[in-house]
Design a protein around this ligand. Structure first.
Ligand code: GRF
Length: 205
C-alpha cells in the first residue's frame, strides 16, 4: 500500500505539483510508493487548490476568519485531515501555524518545508532575511513539526548559493527549485523506509 499523504497549502503549490508529478504514472507505471490523497488550504481561490482539482484530488478549505476562535479552526482542520487517514501530513507553503489539537493528532508524522537552512532565518520572510543578512549560502529545510516556529528536528536540507545580483524573488525561486527536489526525495524515502526521531536527530529506516 502506498504511503497516504495529505498536503496543506496556501499559495502557488509548486511543491505540491512536484509531489504529484513524482508519484504519477510516468514516474511509476506500477504504482508509486506514496499517494497524495487530499489537499487542504487555509484560503480559497489559490493555484495550489486548482492544481489538486486538475489532478482529481479531494480538497478542503478552512479559513481562520470563518471560526469564532483559532482553536475551533484548528479542530476543524484536524478533523478534515484525519478523515483521509494520512500516514504523513506535509505542510508545503502552508502559511499558518497549526495548533495543539492538530499537533497532538499528527505530531511525528507532520513535516514542513522552509526556505532557509535551519536554524537560520525562521519565520515567514526567510529569503528576504537571508539576503538582508548578507549570507553567501542559504537553502531549504524539511523538518518534523514541533510546537515552535520552524524549530523541529531536521529531515533534509539543500544548499543554494546567493548570487551578488539576487533579489528576494530570484533567490526564492532558486531555493524553491532545490526545495521541490528535497521534498520529493524525502517523501519517497519516508514512504520506502520510514524515519525515527531521537532528540534532534532524524534517521531514515
Ligand atoms: C516555499 O518556498 C515554502 O517553503 C514557503 O513558500 C513557498 C511555497 O511555494 N513557505 P509553493 O506554494 O509550493 O509554490
Amino acid at each position: 500500500m502506498p504511503l497516504r499523504v495529505v498536503v496543506l497549502v496556501s499559495g502557488s503549490g509548486t511543491n505540491l505539483q512536484a509531489l504529484l508529478d513524482a508519484a504519477g504514472p510516468a514516474a511509476y507505471p506500477d504504482g508509486a510508493p506514496y499517494a497524495v490523497v487530499a489537499v487542504g488550504a487555509d484560503r480559497p481561490g489559490i493555484e495550489a487548490l486548482a492544481r489538486a482539482e486538475r489532478a482529481g484530488i479531494s480538497t478542503f478549505t478552512h479559513r481562520v476568519s470563518d471560526f469564532a476562535h483559532r482553536a475551533a479552526w484548528d479542530a476543524a482542520l484536524t478533523e478534515s485531515v484525519a478523515g483521509f487517514e494520512p500516514d504523513l501530513v506535509v505542510l508545503a507553503g502552508f502559511l499558518k501555524l497549526v495548533g495543539d489539537t492538530f499537533l497532538a493528532s499528527f505530531g511525528g508524522r507532520l513535516v514542513n518545508t522552509h526556505p532557509a537552512l535551519s536554524p537560520a532565518f525562521p519565520g515567514m520572510h526567510a529569503p528576504a532575511d537571508a539576503l538582508a543578512y548578507g549570507v553567501k549560502v542559504t537553502g531549504c529545510t524539511l523538518f518534523v513539526v514541533d510546537a515552535g516556529v520552524d524549530t523541529g528536528p531536521i529531515l533534509a536540507q539543500a544548499a543554494v548559493v546567493v548570487q551578488e545580483d539576487d533579489t528576494v524573488e530570484t533567490l526564492h525561486e532558486r531555493i524553491k527549485t532545490e526545495e521541490r527536489r528535497m521534498l520529493v526525495g524525502a517523501v519517497e524515502r519516508i514512504a520506502r523506509e520510514g524515519f525515527s526521531v531521537e532528540g534532534r536527530t532524524v534517521r531514515f529506516g
